[in-house]
Design a protein around this ligand. Structure first.
Ligand code: 3PY
Ligand code: MG
Length: 261
């Protein structure tokens, strides 16, 4: 089976970059994948992407060496299994607030006896190779998103669920939960929670990941010790690029907004 390079990259370089796709286009997925990111996440939760579009985007990503990942809409095992069958080499599952949800996510990602994934790897087999079934439980990465006060309170029991490879922090939802307002760079209690989560996850030798608004924030998170970072999503990068070009011309921008989320 084709190896999942993401863990190796973290070992070799200390950190990996993970692009985040919300635009339903195989062309933009291909374009981003050719930029040199170590992994690319197709986001079905907040992206404008349905399953059929996700398949074409995973195909586009597999024209490069980047590890294809997907964020499902929820911890629904049906969609998780479908995305893995479509060739995702890992999932970043949103809103994993307790150990029961974490167990359901792991079960959807692992073939028996470790889990309950149904057999039918379809495109996973084309991408991974003929021995996909024998190695999928090891190669497929399971990230759970910790993004609420409840999840932080349950962190120890969530991280005790066997089969979790890493945690991805959603700072916007975390900030919403703690501070009542979303922020990709939370302050106060939410910022303390981010550092608490990172240290707890690192102590267990699991991967520490976090969504960031842009490259500068991603750099800050790497310096803080995070291993997998997302320097903004495709829509925010596109919008910022357009605004920058217009500003370079001295033109007023339509709404003055910038970073997206
Ligand atoms: C969050 O910041 O809450 C996220 O889920 C990032 O995508
Ligand atoms: Mg979130």
């Amino acid at each position: 089976m084709r190896a999942n390079r993401l863990r190796e990259v973290v070992k070799e370089r200390g950190h990996a970059t993970n692009a985040w796709l919300s635009i339903p286009s195989s062309y933009s997925a291909e374009l981003v994948a050719h930029c040199g990111f170590d992994a690319i996440t197709v986001d079905l939760q907040h992206g404008m992407i349905d399953f059929g579009q996700a398949v074409t985007m995973l195909q586009a990503i597999s024209s490069t060496g980047a590890t294809p990942l997907a964020r499902p809409q929820s911890s629904d095992p049906v969609q998780i299994m479908q995305l893995l069958d479509a060739g995702a080499y890992g999932v970043i599952c949103p809103q994993v607030d307790d150990a029961d949800i974490a167990r359901a996510v792991v079960a959807a990602c692992k073939y028996p006896p470790s889990g309950e994934r149904s057999f039918g790897p379809a495109r996973g087999l084309l991408y991974g190779g003929p021995d996909y079934f024998a190695h999928a439980n090891r190669e497929i990465l399971v990230f759970v998103m910790i993004e609420s006060r409840k999840a932080v309170q349950n962190l120890d029991s969530i991280l005790s669920v066997p089969g979790i490879d890493g945690v991805y922090i959603g700072p916007n939802d975390l900030s919403l939960s703690y501070e009542g307002t979303p922020s990709s760079d939370p302050k106060g209690e939410a910022a303390q929670a981010i550092e608490y989560i990172r240290t707890q996850v690192a102590q267990r030798q699991m991967l520490t990941g976090i969504f960031c608004a842009d490259g500068a924030m991603a750099r800050k998170r790497v310096d803080q010790g995070f291993q997998v970072v997302t320097p903004g999503n495709d829509a925010a990068i596109l919008k910022n690029g357009c605004l920058q070009q217009l500003a370079g011309l001295g033109n007023a921008t339509a709404d003055g907004g910038g970073s997206g989320y």
